[in-house]
Design a protein around this ligand. Structure first.
Ligand code: PEP
Ligand code: MG
Length: 878
């Protein structure tokens, strides 16, 4: 097996499609070298070496030998030697997994320096300040990453020296100052570890390589992988690369940039840099960097070359790139390129622009936006009609507005969210240790750092509203439970709102409103519509929701839950009277009152939908859901007795209590609900049929096309459908005859019980369509009560018993298997039977893919998930 691959200086062995082996960084360094872009030479140690290392608990002799051979080659190309006292080869050691894990793995720069070679570097470069700056950086990075000493300790030594020498900035420290920092840093190592800072460069190198491999299994890497579903057995590569120096003076510098704007997608170079600085300074948020375009004036030739390289990279990779570069005494080097993380807004704009520019085709464009990004676009913004009490302003790092209670630590964030609170995580700056807290927070606010700081990059990746570099606020070191804006004090658990699109921090809880869909998204989703075969409908019970869903691209209503119409304030008393009726005649009287109300509902919805199919599901829930609670009734009764109400009134309440007690069920979800209601009280379903057809006939006469699809819930036996359907057909015919109109309609059923899936061939004989009710099907397949799962599902997921909540993503091997049987059996009776899914899973990406692969005709989901479904339906086919 080959464990190392050279890159740069005309010896490149890898290329960009070898990312699984070389990691993203290594593969792209090789690719840049292949494109003749200036890359400091080096080599990648493969991810395979990492997995062997972890299994073997160390490097094998073979790997060790091969790494030394690679060092040898590198020495030959650079003409410098590791450990040479006069002109030492210095290297960086950096991790690089298959996909970028920002900030998760650590970097060591300037490796190879020691007490002697630092002097060699100093005289060779004629720049002692630079040499000692490199050495003190190396000791602190190595101490932190490899020796696991708190970085803060080294920072404090540096700060102490700055104070002692009376200077503001690191770059103002003199050689003598730096020597003192070095002595102090070495003492920290000795005190913490009990041994001297290693002086042998080869030993330094192997310690660093081991540390990178070990960091694959650090807690923060594991957390990141868990959140992002990255398999633990991928491993990381290590890149050993000869150093170039951005800290050699004012003609040197280092920066991070994006070839297009990662927030807005604007086709304009975007980034930040620092003059006379090295590597991590820009992203660490320690010094505030300058905006990239100002580099043109400072180091014009390098800037121009940088712009050219960006164009080359975009043309080559056909995507927006996120780059790192260093300028050493006017000469530009590229240290990294990768597809840039971006906001949803940016992703869609870039995808659409790149089609216009001829860089990619429409299909590729559709794969460039993730469902999570579409979701991000559906993030709320602050209601613009409300007055905002803006107390501070930072950089708008990740769009969307968020409201929550202030917390200052990731631990507190997780704790509060566990209690059901919404929080905003406020930090001086974030680091990878904060990931867990950032993930659960509604939004993140930091005091320091630029647009490419950790908080900004991670926030955008998560689609989490984020404001960074908000220097207006101060977090007091002494008191960890408040922050200040001038004289204003904001305490822990006070409400604030942050706006990641403007950078504003607002006092209090602002009302948020849903976002608008941009032109680019419409274009992109339009392409998705051209590609996909899977239909996308919506679950909507009101004309408003139906309209919203239409605006978002729904092609029909897949589920109109009629019970929601009965919960309105002026209807619920009638519904209650209907339920409490003791005779059929009495019940009919109240149903007659409900009829015009229900007819009006259907008229409005069918009108809005303008001829698109509307699946109307008949009354489904257990009746007691409409009734008052017994204890409430008893309170009413007490009150009546207290005020000596007339006997008749008291008796009426007593009778109601009796009835409610009588209707009580032990397992209402498995009780008197669904088509069982329609069979025991056919007059209820008949009223619904009449309401639908009266509405349909009226609209038909107005010249509006209507397409009602009647859907019977909770059918487990074909006879249940036969009986209810017969009534529907009879009543529908009666109404159509009365109106002298003929309406095209269908009668189908929900498939939401295991028995229905197993007997789907028989049920299909009676059904015009199937709609899988995956909520109830999940409930009845697992035997999990929908309303009580919160008590144990989190533990199930934590323990790995279930990979995720089956009420969120379809359990493909269990519930999904029943669906597969249902589809197969249904089609065996009616090959063209139309089928869809209307459970909550209809808007969840993995479930949508599953529905497509099962051969369903459509998914139906809540209005705001319609765009996600349109996109995923197209992606599923590609
Ligand atoms: C279902 O069970 O999946 C469904 C859509 O119906 P409801 O959620 O109303 O029970
Ligand atoms: Mg159901």
């Amino acid at each position: 097996i080959k464990y190392t691959y050279m890159f740069g200086a005309g010896q490149t062995e890898g290329k960009s499609d070898m990312r699984n082996l070389l990691g993203g960084k290594g593969a792209n360094l090789a690719e840049m070298a292949n494109l003749n872009i200036p890359v400091p030479p080096g080599f990648s140690i493969t991810t395979e070496a990492c997995t062997h290392y972890l299994a073997n608990k160390g490097l094998t002799d073979e790997m060790h030998k091969e790494i030394l051979a690679a060092v040898d080659k590198l020495e030959k190309t650079t003409g410098k030697k590791l450990g040479d006292n006069a002109d030492p080869l210095l290297v960086s050691v950096r991790s690089g997994a298959r996909i970028s894990m920002p900030g998760m793995m650590d970097t060591v720069l300037n490796l190879g320096l020691n007490d002697v070679s630092v002097e060699g570097l100093s005289s060779k470069t004629g720049n002692p300040r630079f040499a000692y700056d490199c050495y003190r950086r190396f000791i602190s990075m190595f101490g932190d990453v490899v020796l696991d000493i708190e970085f803060n300790k080294f920072e404090k030594a540096l700060e102490a020296q700055k104070k002692k020498s009376g200077v503001e900035s690191d770059t103002d420290l003199s050689v003598e100052d730096l020597k003192e920092v070095i002595a102090a840093s070495k003492k920290i190592v000795k005190d913490e570890k009990g041994f001297d800072f290693p002086q042998n460069p080869e030993e330094q190198l192997f310690m660093a390589i081991n540390a990178v491999f070990d960091s694959w299994n650090s807690q923060r890497a594991i957390t990141y992988r868990k959140i992002n579903n990255i398999p633990g057995d991928w491993g990381t590569a290590v890149n050993v690369q000869s150093m170039v120096y951005g800290n050699m003076g004012d003609n040197s510098g280092t920066g991070v940039a994006f070839t297009r704007n990662p927030s807005t997608g604007e086709n304009k170079f975007f980034g930040e840099y620092l003059i006379n600085a090295q590597g991590e300074d820009v992203v660490a948020g320690i010094r505030t960097p300058s905006e990239i375009s100002t580099l043109e004036k400072k180091i014009p030739d390098a800037y121009k070359q940088l712009i050219d390289i960006c164009q080359t990279l975009e043309k080559h990779f056909k995507d927006m790139q996120d780059i790192e570069f260093t300028i050493e005494e006017g000469k530009l080097y590229m240290l990294q390129t990768r597809s840039g993380k971006r906001t949803a807004k940016s992703a869609t704009k870039i995808a659409v622009d790149m089609v216009d520019e001829g860089l990619i085709d429409k299909k590729t464009a559709v794969t460039r936006v993730t469902p999570a990004q579409i979701d991000q676009l559906l993030h709320p913004m602050i209601d613009p009609s409300c007055k905002q009490d803006v107390i501070a302003k930072g950089l708008p790092a990740s769009p969307g507005a968020a409201v929550g209670k202030v917390v200052f630590t990731p631990e507190d964030a997780e704790k509060m969210v566990g209690k059901g609170e919404k929080v905003i995580l406020v930090r001086t700056e974030t680091s990878p240790e904060d990931i867990g807290g950032m993930y659960v927070a509604e939004g993140v606010l930091t005091v320091r750092g630029g647009m490419t700081s950790h908080a900004a990059v991670v926030g955008r990746g998560m689609g989490k509203p984020c404001v960074v570099g908000c220097g207006d606020i101060t977090i007091s070191e002494a008191e960890d439970n408040k922050f200040y804006v001038g004289d204003l004090v904001i305490n822990e658990l006070d409400f604030i709102t942050i706006d990641g699109s403007t950078g504003c921090v607002i006092l209090g809880e602002m009302p948020l409103i849903p976002p608008e869909i941009s032109k680019e998204i419409e274009v992109l989703l339009g392409w998705a519509d051209e590609i996909r075969d899977l239909g996308v409908r919506t679950n909507a019970d009101t004309p408003e929701d139906a309209q919203k869903a239409l605006d978002l691209g729904a092609e029909g209503i897949g589920l109109c839950r009629t019970e929601h119409m009965f919960f309105e304030e002026n209807r619920i008393p009638v519904v209650r009277d209907m339920i409490l009726s003791e005779t059929k005649e009495e019940r009919q009287k109240f149903l007659d009152k409900l009829l015009p109300m229900q007819r009006e509902d259907f008229t409005q919805i069918l009108r809005v939908m303008q001829g698109k199919p509307v699946t109307i599901r008949y009354l489904d829930p257990p009746l007691h859901e409409f009734l008052p609670k017994v204890y409430e009734l008893k309170e009413d009764l007490e009150a009546l007795k207290q005020k000596n109400a007339p006997k008749a009134e008291i008796e009426k309440v007593e009778k109601i209590i009796d009835r409610v007690v009588n209707l009580h069920e032990l397992n209402p979800m498995l009780g008197h609900r669904g088509c069982r209601l329609g069979i025991t009280y056919p007059e209820i379903y008949n009223m619904q049929t009449r309401a639908i057809f009266e509405a349909a006939c009226r609209l038909h006469k107005e010249g509006i096309t209507v397409k009602p699809e009647i859907m019977i819930p909770l059918v487990g036996h074909v006879r249940e459908l036969e009986i209810t359907k017969k009534d529907v057909v009879e009543t529908a015919q009666k109404v159509m005859d009365e109106c002298g109109v003929k309406i095209d309609y269908t009668v189908g059923t929900m498939i939401e019980l295991p028995r229905a899936t197993m007997t789907a061939d028989k049920i299909a004989a009676e059904a015009d369509f199937f709609s899988f009710g995956t909520n109830d099907l999940t409930q009845t397949t697992f035997g999990f009560s929908r309303d009580d799962v919160a008590k144990f599902i989190p533990l199930y997921i934590e323990e790995g018993i279930l990979p995720e909540d089956p009420f969120v993503a379809i359990d493909q091997e269990g519930v999904g298997e029943l669906m597969r049987i249902g589809v197969e059996k249904g089609k065996s009776t009616k090959p063209d039977l139309k089928m869809g899914i209307c459970g909550e899973h209809g808007g969840e990406p993995s479930s949508i893919r599953f529905a497509y692969n099962l051969g369903l005709n459509y998914v139906s989901c809540s209005p705001y998930r319609v765009p996600i479904a349109r996109l995923v339906a197209a992606q599923a086919k590609l």
